[in-house]
Design a protein. Structure first.
Length: 206
């Protein structure tokens, strides 16, 4: 049986992660691969319920509670969906994973990347992506894209600019520390070029 692959897509809100994930799924299926697209938080029922909670703009959720809730949703997703898919040899495309918590809660909420990493190591059993595609976009551009969506702004999207500046800095630090896994892609390009760049970064995983 061919080895399963875990490919994660990261970036700030409005970077185009979901658009890229859906395009990648279509392209990889056309190549004859067994592909499953999942999102975070969510992907399985328990995690989808956590998603509604953490995104609710009407709720007050402390930084530590927020980090723990994301880790809990992630733990369930790994156990219920990701691990079985990888075991059967599927390629799992995941819209966000641990790096999101490291950037958003570790850097953005100033909890510390190492502290957030530790709870996620426990939650995921140490599972790491084979490749991470980090979409780079100016925070202001990302926020403008988010606001232009039909959906109402969620609890995190309503944060101030300095929060997103810290997130971008966190992502760049993660990429600098692990360039083999984390590949940066200019998300300001046309969609077809972003997709082509992403496919190029996955070629060595075949």
């Amino acid at each position: 049986m061919a080895a399963g692959r875990l490919i994660t897509i990261e970036g700030i809100d409005g970077a185009g992660k979901t658009t890229l994930a859906e395009a990648l799924e279509k392209e990889l299926r056309a190549q004859g691969r067994d592909v499953r697209l999942l999102r975070e938080p969510g992907g399985v029922e328990a995690a989808e319920r956590v998603r509604k909670l953490v995104k609710d703009p009407g709720l007050q959720v402390g930084a530590r509670a927020e980090a723990l809730l994301y880790a809990a949703a992630r733990a369930q997703l790994v156990e219920e969906a990701i691990a079985p898919l990888l075991e059967r040899g599927a390629w799992v495309l995941l819209d966000r994973f641990v790096d999101s918590s490291l950037a958003y809660q570790g850097a953005g909420r100033s909890l510390g990347i190492d502290a957030v990493r530790s709870i996620n190591e426990f939650g995921t059993g140490g599972l790491r992506p084979d490749r991470t595609l980090l979409l780079i976009v100016d925070p202001r551009t990302g926020r403008e894209r988010s606001k232009a969506r039909a959906e109402p702004v969620d609890r995190l999207e309503a944060e101030h600019d300095d929060f997103f500046d810290r997130i971008v800095t966190g992502y760049l630090e993660l990429a600098a520390a692990d360039p083999q896994r984390i590949r940066q892609i200019d998300a300001g390009q046309p969609r077809e070029r972003v997709l082509a760049a992403a496919l190029a970064e996955l070629e060595d995983l075949a």
